[in-house]
Design a protein around this ligand. Sequence first.
Ligand code: CA
Length: 231
Amino acid sequence: MSIKVLAVEDEEAISHLLNYNLTAEGFAVSIIDDGYEALMAAEDFQPDIILLDWMLPNVSGIEICRQLRAHTETRDIPIIMLTARAEEEDRLCGFDKGADDYVTKPFSMKELVARIHAVLRRVNSAAMENLVEFGDIGLDRDTMRVKRAGEAVTLGPTEFRLLEVLVKWPGRVYSREQLLDQVWGQGIYVEARTVDVHIGRLRKALNKGGLADPIRTVRASGYALDETYGG
Ligand code: CA
């Protein structure tokens, strides 16, 4: 199956080059020139990676990046920013909004293709990581076993999945709706307070024996793993 690349680029000369060269490399390429369509295109096309022009006429690449990261369906898609600006400040700003890498125009296609492969390798190896550690909590995706401070923690499948989602991004606040989508699946009707019940069970199991609570309740928002806890 081909790797799917979505490029958001308004300069025709560049989008032609991207289309021609990336197709020749064996990628399945989709190109749009309007930033407003980026989110919908990403949801429809489900690309493996997005190339995002920084300077777009209606909405900036940075803003699109922020939107992509804010939606469950597009949040994990890696993004390479394409930009004519090379200032260090912009670079940092791009990473802050969630870009995975950065290519400065003019770039060679060879360089871009190498960057695409490098980003995909990095992202995939992180996703394949079977042992996840956070502070004194260890989570093994292969065996679905969890340990805390060296002791086995008994969790039901829903509690395991909740912890797996929270540990992916310590500090990030997940709303109940986001947790429902990621743990129970989209389109499945479960009441929001069910999340509270399972968080309660997860806490009880994790904090057995009076250990500090690594889960933060954010009033009116949801839950997060306390990023200070992991050290
Ligand atoms: Ca542009």
